[in-house]
Design a protein around this ligand. Sequence first.
Ligand code: NAD
Length: 289
Amino acid sequence: MTERIDGHTLLIGLMAYPIRHSMSPTMHNNAFAKLGLNYAYLAFEVGNDQLPSAIESIRTLDMRGSNISMPNKQKVIPLLDKLDPAAEMVGAVNTIVNDDGVLTGYTTDGIGFMKSLDDEGIDIRGHKMTLAGAGGAGTAIAVQAALDGVKEMSIFNQHDAEWENAKRNVALINEKTDCHATLHELEDRDDFKKEIQSSFIYTDSTGVGMKPLEDKTLVDDPTWFNNPDLVVFDTVYAPRETKLMRVAKQAGVKHVFNGLGMMLEQGAAAFKLWTGEDMPVDYIRHILF
Ligand code: NAD
């Protein structure tokens, strides 16, 4: 790394709190080194209070950009000059690009979701998706899938703080895209089963299946998965195999995925925005996992 850093090195940040656990610095710095690109990526502990001055420093230091994570993904929006249409619809930003002092906000989680399916040879465009969850990940997935051409989407959420967001997502998708979205209560099990069974893909973005809900799944009855061609996607990547994935495999579902590919591809999408280059995803997967 020291061999690469010189007076021309461009800095890219990650602004969030807490953030020391993040895999992003390892991901990006190894990709820069592999491709011989003169960038360095550093994590900065930045909360809401420090955010305005941290964002201003992107301009002051002529940084190439930054990733943004919690608790800053929404708070950062008024501090930017422009928003990519998907980021505007999602209402959150995870990537900033600095073009000569003009800061543009993007969201790459949804791109990562779609690309990770493309990588597996699965095209959900023109098909129906049932999606559980309407939080940060669920919103990004729903918006990108709708923008990319998913034809029909049944969004399920429980009656918690995200219910209003699920409502908002459905209204926005119907207004701004060609996808027909409907809102459903997760508590209505018959409806949930029916929608999954009439879908091309079932995606769980609730985080049920990771700590502290590691032994839980929203679908624990394998007979719900009566179509072996259904695609089952869990956004969780730790553990690598969730209970949902085990139930789906037990039912004979052929295409069952965790969120690892999505995580790598959301990083690759940001990498491309900053550098114009394709991240060597397989190489990075090998380093990280
Ligand atoms: P969030 O808190 O913003 O949203 C959580 C969603 O799940 C909400 O819709 C909430 O209503 C629902 N939910 C929470 N607990 C539930 C329960 N017990 N039963 C049913 N529904 C429940 O969280 P987030 O940031 O959207 O993250 C969700 C999951 O997605 C996490 O597991 C996270 O690790 C994963 N994620 C993965 C990637 C990736 O790249 N693979 C990216 C972002 C998030």
